[in-house]
Design a protein around this ligand. Sequence first.
Ligand code: SAH
Length: 522
Amino acid sequence: MRLLFTPARGCTRLARPLFRPVQSFRGLSLTVPRKEERKWSTPLAKELYKAISATGPVPLATYMRMCLTGDLGGYYTGDIGAKEGDHFGTKGDFITSPEISQCFGEMIGIWLVAEWMSQGRLTSPSHRIQLIEIGPGRGTLMADILRTVHRFPAFASSIDTIYMVEASRELAKRQKNLLCGEAAPLIKTEIGQSSVCKQNSETIVWTDSITAIPNDDKTIPFVVAHEFFDALPIHVFQSVSTPSPPPPTEAPGEAPAAEQQRAKPKVAKQPEPTEWREMLVAPVQPGTTPVNTGAFRSSEPGLPSEFQLVLSSAPTKQSLYMPEASSRYKQLKKVPGSVIEICPDAAFYAGEIARRIGDGREPKGAALILDYGTESTIPINSLRGIREHKFVDPFTLSGLVDLSADVDFMAVTEAALEASEGVEVHGPVCQADFLELMGIKERVAMLVKHIKSDTSASASEKDEKIQNITEAWKRLVDRGPNGMGKLYKALAIIPENDGRRAPVGFGGDLAQAQQRGPTDKN
Ligand code: SAH
């Protein structure tokens, strides 16, 4: 999820259900009268129209993927340099926790070190830490993590390589500038590009694919993904009833149907059979009203929806297998009109992370996934369009609008546990609980004390700094109905230990973690 930054404060991306299921879609005509060349809001919208005209309506996941990371002007992969700044912060479209407070990344850094301590401080040369961040944005989170973990020399000296999994070339360059300096060259490698961290000379490698990162018995993966899973494309399915064909008509000479009926023992009425159908993206014909009318507002006045979600008239290959893959969807299938969202990419990443931690001779490493989404229910109507700190129509300005959807944390858990017997999953816990257990309040108090003792700053400068730090902290742990502390959640994947040990921040104890080895200086 992204945070929206209203001038005063900013709100979260997750508040508003955007589309309603539609009843049906039959044979939408995709041709547009050729009288006048139709104008599209972006070149990508035109390309999407052409592609859909050729193939028919496409799954929402296809639309999202092209809009977010497609080659032709995707939101992340397009020319973000054309915008002032980038997607993040006041001048961009949304703001994220690491951009709000340095304490966020610091707590994550401490979590990684604590988890490494709990696993017995794997410092031998045959144990090398891979610090992996997926979807690193501006690189701020990694900068805060690195500053923090370097206060624990034994951990820091065990870091072999830092990996940044990033689809955007431009964001990768910005991350490199922040972590390695503008002058540092980006060198082409087998799996992407690399440079050297300016503070600690670690090698940082950028790749667009987690599968390209080396994985063997010596590597210990410590993975962080903040606001990455919500950017992954979703499929949407709706259950529809499929009435059985009417009984055959009477053959000549047979007893009338009514008499036959009387003679038969009474059988309980069977529920109508149902099946999953996929919601597809189709163009809106000029002059017609999109089926999701009223659900979205356009960011730019006069820009109507160019696409709409319609229900497929027949099963698709996705609708036949995706909703059948988990028993969680079974009951809903029986209720016509039920809608579910499924994110196969989230299951893929969760599985890949779990295998890296849990497979091999000795399960080791850990992953922390932070995002917004549902704890146990299946997400529904959660697609959001975000632009310039407002919720907007996701079906116009394709490629210029950020798209995101709620993370289904239970599906992520299921995928991780299914992928590897060597892992266990903890959480999700709400962000406020996680950050408080990690000691964010104490860290803020320490920063405030430091500011107060600064003799070079004026009283008003100090007051302003203290106010900013305090407000930012309170925002991250706000437990109000739309507060970040409540809506954002943290989930941990750690090596399987029969449930004997919970990670710090998830009910585990930092003191316990520290008892497992000699104390690092901090
Ligand atoms: N974690 C950052 C940024 C979140 S925005 C923060 O909290 O500030 C999402 C990030 O994921 C961006 O860096 C975007 O470029 C990246 N991203 C989105 N889809 C991706 C994909 N399929 N593969 C790799 N990176 C992706």
